[in-house]
Design a protein around this ligand. Sequence first.
Ligand code: CP
Length: 307
Amino acid sequence: MKHLLSPLDFTVQETEELLDLAHDIRISPDNYSHHCDGKKIATLFYEPSTRTRLSFEAAMMNMGGTCLGFSEAASSSATKGETVADTIRVVSSYADICAIRHPKEGAPRVAADHSTIPIVNAGDGGHQHPTQTLADIMTIRELRGSLNNFTIGICGDLKFGRTVHSLIHALIRYENVRFVLISPRELRVPEYVREDLLVDNGVDFREVEKLEDVIDMLDILYMTRVQKERFFSEDEYIRMKDYYILNKDKLEYAKPDMYVLHPLPRNNEIASDVDNDPRAKYFEQVNNAVYVRQSVILTLLRSAGTL
Ligand code: CP
């Protein structure tokens, strides 16, 4: 039985198959409308979410299944001191698959170690968010036709942004992907990402502070929000929060086919005047996330022998 805790839990080949399935679901959704009849997904969200929780639930419902779960720790027995390990032992009796979001890094790993059903990491602290990454790379593949040979600028909070860490993990496995990491000094990628992933694997990357200096060389610009909830000091957050604002004027300097992605939610880092630019693809990303999550549910249930 497979779990999905990190993008590396699927090989490049398995990832291609998963994205192919997501693409097929996108073009022929009706063919999948009964694949999960009688199946249940538990969504255990100890941290707030709009997209991830609702799209997991929509994904299961699109295939004939049903959902149960909680959207905040306060409405669960975590408030009475129940551990993630005990919670998942219980939930394994109620559902066929579980998506869990938790503020503590590694909590989905603990859940997987005590589960008899597949576990999907729906975001753990500042660590990983693998299904967001699958939606990101599905969107890049649909737009560019390939996950090889492009330059991606990743801009904003690269220290705490778990979508950033998962995306780098995933993309370094493809050919000739060049990274431009755009952040203030204080929000650069953690050392384990820089040294263990980028340097040790001989990846072509550079770290810069100004978006304006590099925007003309990018094929993809992946904007991110400054993660207020992970800052220790309000003052520090306020100093950083509007460091980058992509607007229509700045976009003038980008290539005509440079696509703008963002995992959302956004604050001020993408002005609303960018939304109608044909290069703005963040709402397409949201759409793809449902198909990707349908594909993840099917793939993991098959691996568990439940389908
Ligand atoms: N992208 C993402 O994880 O959004 P939510 O926090 O709304 O789930």
